[in-house]
Write a protein that binds this ligand. Sequence first.
Ligand code: TYD
Ligand code: MG
Length: 442
Amino acid sequence: MGFCPQCRGSEPLVESSSLSVAVPVAVSESTEPASRISTGLEEVDRVLGGGLVRGSAVLVGGAPGIGKSTLLGQVGARMTAMGSRVLLASAEESVGQVGLRQRRLGIAGGDVDVIASSDIASVLDLAHTYDVLVIDSIQTVFDRESSGAAGSVSQVRSCADRAVRLAKEQGVTVILVGHITKEGSLAGPKALEHLVDVVLYFEPDDKLGLRVLRGMKNRFGTVWATGVFEMTASGLVEIPDPSVLALDGRSFFAPGSVIMPALAGRRCLLNEVQALVVPTNTNAPPRRSSTGVTNGRLHQILAVLDRRGGLSLSTAEVYVSVMGGVRTADPATDLAIAAAIISSRLDVAIPRVAAFGEVGLTGEIRASLQADVRLAECHRLGIDSVLAAPLVTRVDQLVSAIEDLRDKELPESEKTEGVVHNFAGRPRVASVNASNPSGFVS
Ligand code: TYD
Ligand code: MG
């Protein structure tokens, strides 16, 4: 027994029986990670790495109005319909408001319990009998035992800390909603990232008008997975096949457009990358701008094309954009970016051909990881021609392969019906074999 050295209070400290001594355990004897519960939404499960881990803490961040409350309302309804007990603690909206939304999202049997309280202690007192606790939002709850106003960093931290403790000690899965400004500058959610097991961000995808759920941190899975949704009058609708949407209605017969198979987690998404090269005759450094890939990669690809591909670009303005608001760090997207730049520079259209491969500083084009996954996705969407290593191995070959397309006339029917122009017989362009989508056929 003793007295608290910090507050020097007169109440004696009492030994707590909940304190336990940690004992080392051999890794081979450690128990399996806790079981997972499906959220009832496949896109969310995928981003989580296969569902919610029981007793884990998840932070869902995003700008106000993006749809966090809607998403978690839907998850809550699905989970209760499947037999889980879900408590939705809403400090932002009244029980009536939440009820109205839940009824609108209408899932039979999906009757979540709602508590409209901003006092974290009363929320946590109730929550231990539930499987899942959603706190919407962590910036609007407060802890009486902590200083500062609701939303201040110290309040947000101490509330999150208490919620995470509930998760670890009682096995309740805790989902914290965190508002974040466009620049991600709000101190709250950022300060929580290290406290929780999983951090997901819900972001707009302006070009497709969709919303994307991304993993930023995941102690139980990959962070590369994405879930794609559309906001409708009856809530968020999952878009399981964004490749089709991303490619729909695009003009692949315009110079500067190339199909880019990019890996996102275990999925391969086909996307369109566009480039616009504008020759200038000023001495000022030309403008280079990229969306979806870093400027550093754009500059590197331009330097390689200029120096190793014999493509004069030093005075040209260059704009590159991965369509659909997708951001990719997959190095195999180099080749599609390079091909789009060449296509725009030469003003030669590349028909429905997908390109992938890493471009090295010496001008070499390397084979990509998971080429079979990429080829299978191309084949599934009717893109039967690809530019990839080992069929094209140097950027100068790529430049001349695209130059050679200049005089190829496509029948009008192929353009309008979208029939794949097959490059059969051309050594540098491969066809995907229908019966063996994972193999190249030259
Ligand atoms: P909301 O989930 O409240 O966003 P957040 O919690 O991230 O602040 O919803 C955001 C917007 O979505 C809101 O302006 C209304 C719209 N919305 C729909 O279009 N359809 C719906 O079914 C719902 C529930 C909301
Ligand atoms: Mg909300």
